[in-house]
Design a protein around this ligand. Sequence first.
Ligand code: NA7
Length: 549
Amino acid sequence: MSSTQLLPESTLDRAADVDVVVIGAGFSGLYMLHKLRELGFSARVLEAGDGLGGTWYWNRYPGARVDVQSIEYSYSFSEEIQEEWEWSELFSPQREIEAYINWVADKLDLRRNISLSTRVASASYDESASTWTVSTDTGEHIVSQFNIAATGCLSAPLEPDIPGLHSFAGTTLYTNRFPKEGFDFSGLRAGVIGTGSSGVQSIPVIAQQASSLVVFQRSAAYSRPSNTRPFEPGEYEGMKLDYDSIREAERKSPAGVVLSGALAVVAAGATRDILETPVAERMAAIDEYGWLAPLAWTDLQTDEQANAAAVEIYAELVRRVVHDPGVAASLVPRYPMGCKRMIVDVDYFETYNQPHVRLVDLRQGGIVAITPTGVETAQGSFDLDVLVLATGFDAMTGALRRIDFRGRDGASLADYWDEEGPVSYLGLGVAGFPNLFTVTGPGSPSVLSNMVVSIEQHVEWIADCLVHMRSTGYSSIEAEVEPSLEWVEHVRSLAEGTVRVADSCSSWYLGANVPGKKRIYMPYSGGLPAYRAKCDEVVAAGYEGFKLK
Ligand code: NA7
C-alpha cells in the first residue's frame, strides 16, 4: 500500500469540486476514502468531530468497550494493517479503538482529504448536472457527483424529554459526547440515567470512583460478562497466523462474528425447545453454558412463552450474583430476551452489591423532574453532584434525518421517511435521491452484525458501483421505488413472528425510543451471507432495482 500517493485526478464530472463527498470519518468513512483514492476518484471527507473515529470518537465514556472481539472488530481489507497492529486484549476499550483508527488513518495518509470540525448541514441534488451540493456549518458549499453518507447507525444522540433537564446546577455529562479530557468522579455523588449498553458499561467504572452512585433504571437490560482479558503469551500471535481463516469464517457467518461467538457456539448447539425440557433440566443448562444458558434454546425467538421460560434462567443467574433479592428482581427485564441487543459488561451486576450503589427501579415510580439539586422521582428525591445521561440515540436513521437532504425536485429525505418510514433499497440507496449512497443504512444487516464486516461489504459494493458507472459512462444511479418497497417488506417479513417485533418489545431497532418515529423493524435480520448474495445478484443483473442514467 502506498502512503504517499497523490490525490488522483478525477475522471468524472468536471463541473464538480470533487467526485465524491463522504460524510463522516468513522470506520466506514475512512475505508471509503481509502478505497476511492485507490480507484482514482477524488474525494473529501467531512467530519463533525474534531477527531477521527465517529462512534468511537464520541462515545468515550468510562468503561466504553467493544462487544465483538477486537481481532475481528477491525479492518480485514489490508493484511499489512492486520499484521502490524497489536490489540492488547479480547474486547478493547474505546481508547484503544480510537488509537487504532488514528493509526490506520496515518498509515494510509488519509488525513489530507479529511476536514474535521465540519458538520454537514444540508445537501441538495441538482438533477440537470447530476451533482450534489453539500453545505457545511463552516460556510462551505462543495459540489460533488456522488454523496456517500458514512454517518453511522448510533450517532444521533437523544436528549431525554425530562422536565427541568437543563436546570441541574451540578455537572451534566452525556455518555455519547463525553468530555475528551475525561471526568474525575472521585468524592462526588453521581447519578446515571439509562441502563442500555452505555449505562451498563459505565456504571461499574463510575462506582469505583464516586462516593455514591444512584442508577435510575427505566428498563432493565439483558447483559452478560464479556470476560475480557489480556491475551496470554503467544495467543494473539497464534490467532494472527490463522487470520485468513478467521476472516473467511466471519464473512460466511450470519452476524460476521466467529470468535466472540460463544453465542454462535450456543446457537449451533441449541437443539432443544425449552418448553419441552423439564424445569430442573432447564436450570442445569447454567452448568454447561453459564451466562449463555438463557440463549441455548431453539424456541426462544419465536415463542413468547418459551422466551419467558428462558428469562427465568436469566433471573437465576442475576440472583446468583446480586445479594439483595429485591435489587436482583429489579434487574430482570420485563420484555422478551432478544428484543434489544444483549449487552456485554464488566462487573455490572457485582456493582450493585456495593453499599454506596443504589438502584432506583423507575418501574416503581418514575422520574418527575430534574431539579437544580438532583433527580426527583415518584419514590423520592436524590441529591447529586454529577448526572450522567446514557439515554441513547435516534438509531439508524437519526444521523441521516438530521442532515437536510434534498433529492430530486427538492424532496426532503426526513419528510419522506417521516411519512413512509425508512424506505431504502438494501440500506444502500433511497428512491428520489440519486447518487446518494448510505453505508449500513436501514434495511441492511448493520447493527445486527459485526459493524466492521458490514461496513467493508458496503464500501466495496459502492466502490465497485462507481467504477462500473465510470467505465460505462453513466452519470447517475438511483434506487427505484418498487424494489425499495419490496425490500422493506422483505426486511419486515424476516422479523415477523419473532420477539424482536412483539408488542412487549420497544427497542431502538424499531425506533420505539424516539417519540413519533414510525414503528418499523429497521435492520435486515436474514444474516450477512444472504444479504451479501442479494447485493451481488443485484450487480450481476445489471444493478437490478436501480435506475442508471
Ligand atoms: P440505549 O441502548 O438506547 O439505552 C438508553 C437507555 O436510556 C435505556 O435504558 C432507556 O430506557 C434509558 N432512557 C432513555 N430515556 C429515558 C428517560 N427519559 N428516563 C429514564 N431512562 C431513559 O442506548 P445506549 O447508548 O446505552 O446503547 C446504544 C447502543 O450502543 C447499544 O445497543 C450498543 O449496540 C452500543 P428504556 O429502555 O427506553 O426504557
